[in-house]
Write a protein that binds this ligand. Structure first.
Ligand SMILES: [Zn+2]
Length: 153
């Protein structure tokens, strides 16, 4: 990929490209991934109707406005989907021996505003729908930056 101009006036940088080699970075999603580099969950929000959406798009799915503003979310929410993988692809930080839990978290900002990840610090079998979680950040060699979640006790 070449050094492309983005809608927010910034440019793709090599740190972003190096950190997410498997991601097709574009003008719509660069702010999300740039946020991950800063350990922030940044999602697109409509400047006209305030609706959040994810995955990133160039147009608001609610009012079709193109006035999209990448905005940090608080990182807290509720588990709305949960599954436990007993096997899977070899990936840095993924351990399937006791089950690798995958959840979708709905952030407090808006119903339906979700991000998938895993939960750390709680056995997979004790992770349940409706639990409140917060995004946390762990550096794992060989893994692209992304948030994990921990249960709020
Ligand atoms: Zn809108």
């Amino acid at each position: 990929m070449t050094d492309e101009g983005l809608s927010d006036g910034s440019r793709l940088d090599t740190a972003l490209l190096d950190a997410f080699p498997k991601v097709r970075l574009d003008a719509d999603n660069a702010a999300f991934y740039r946020g991950l580099l800063r350990e922030q969950v940044v999602m697109n929000r409509c400047a006209d109707c305030s609706w959040w959406h994810h995955p990133p798009r160039s147009v608001c799915p609610k009012c079709w406005s193109r006035q999209i503003e990448p905005t940090e979310v608080g990182g807290e929410g509720v588990i709305v989907f949960r599954t436990v993988l007993r096997q899977g692809r070899r990936e840095a930080g993924a351990d399937y021996s006791d089950g690798y839990v995958v959840v979708a978290v709905e952030f407090d900002e808006q119903p339906g505003l979700r991000l998938t990840g895993t939960v750390v610090g709680t056995p997979a079998d004790a992770v349940a729908l409706g639990q409140r979680v917060r995004a946390i950040w762990r550096a794992i060699d060989g893994r692209s930056p992304r948030p994990d979640f921990e249960v709020i006790r």
